[in-house]
Design a protein around this ligand. Structure first.
Ligand code: GCU
Length: 321
């Protein structure tokens, strides 16, 4: 059977619709759990006529490659971090910015409000053939390294891995460290060989990627609440029938809701697991980091569209500030 990124492939009417999905996480990561459940529900509700094939663990390449595969319609779907989309359209910087979201509830409220995100999520269609369908939270991200960090001064001399994003490079500089961009799957070895002193991520990645084994101090900087996106090739999306599309989006809604629920318990499980493996967790001087990070807003939010999106995002926070 011919399988392309395009729904239904190039086969006849009787062929099932098959979409391949690229993910860079391992099978014990909640994004995999939620997506496997999504695939199972799609299969069962469609009676085997709508198949989502998940390729975990970067088997189709790191996120930058997966993004390109979706744009080229080689695969239909991928989960990519907001930092990847920032490289296609700077407006995505708004949601990659430290302190954009107060917490996961706030983040999910914003990204599921079409009035706020409608234009952003369709902005890659014309030039890149990519539609953003929604998101999975990455939870709060923190610094971890070979030593405890409680203030920006403690970051001095630490080489910290960041995702491939100009904003996040500047973020680590502002926090007092020295940033190195690198793909996710390379971080463990780089930490192990001391090419890096540390990285920044959530507890779940810290544990499931086993980074706690090679950087055993996690410091709760909570510098941002990260966001992953489900992206789809726009032609593949348009090739779905109305019924298929409705079914797909309805099951996707259940998927991100399930993921959000899972996230809390998986964060606890990861924290316990990392502690059992020898990791230590530290509180930080949150005010000092906040002060260091705030100037990034002025530097990186440069257009009216970005500033409006920022204001709408902040207005949806509980305090409305
Ligand atoms: C998180 C996120 C991934 C991202 C990774 C990273 O795990 O969910 O999408 O790739 O961080 O730091 O690269």
């Amino acid at each position: 059977m011919a399988v392309t990124g395009c729904a239904g492939g190039s086969g006849g009417d009787d062929d099932p619709t098959i979409l391949r999905l690229a993910l860079n996480q391992a099978e014990d990561h909640p994004s995999y759990t939620a997506l496997a459940d999504f695939a199972e529900r799609m299969d069962s509700v469609s009676e085997g006529r709508f198949i989502i094939d998940i390729y975990a663990n970067e088997t189709l390449g790191a996120q930058a490659e997966a993004l390109q595969l979706v744009a080229d319609d080689i695969i239909g779907l991928a989960i990519v971090s907001g930092t990847q989309l920032e490289n296609l359209n700077k407006d995505f910087i708004v949601f990659n910015m430290p302190k954009a979201f107060d917490d996961i509830d706030h983040q999910m409220r914003v990204i599921n409000d079409p009035e706020i995100v409608g234009e952003l999520f369709t902005s890659l269609e014309d030039d890149h053939n990519i539609t953003v369908l929604g998101g999975f939270t990455q939870g709060a991200r923190h610094i971890y390294s070979t030593r405890a960090v409680t203030s920006p001064e403690d970051m001095d001399g630490l080489k910290i891995r960041v995702q491939e994003s100009a904003l996040h490079l500047a973020m680590i500089d502002a926090m007092g460290g020295s940033a190195t961009p690198m793909a996710y799957g390379e971080v463990y070895t780089a930490l192990q060989s001391r090419v890096l002193d540390g990285a920044e991520n959530n507890e779940v990645s810290y544990y499931t990627q086993k980074h706690f084994e090679v950087a055993n101090h996690m410091s709760y900087t909570a510098h941002l609440v990260g966001l992953d996106y489900l992206i789809m090739n726009t032609h593949s999306l348009e090739a779905l029938t109305d019924d298929q599309r409705e079914l797909f989006l309805e099951e996707w809604r259940k998927t991100y809701e399930f993921h959000t629920e899972l996230w809390i318990e998986e964060t606890e499980r990861a924290t316990e697991g990392a502690k059992a493996g020898g990791a230590e967790f530290h509180e930080v001087d949150a005010e000092a980091f906040d002060e260091a990070l705030t100037p990034l807003q002025e530097r990186f939010l440069t257009t009216d569209f970005q500033r409006e999106l920022w204001d709408d995002t902040r207005a949806a926070a509980d305090g409305g500030n």
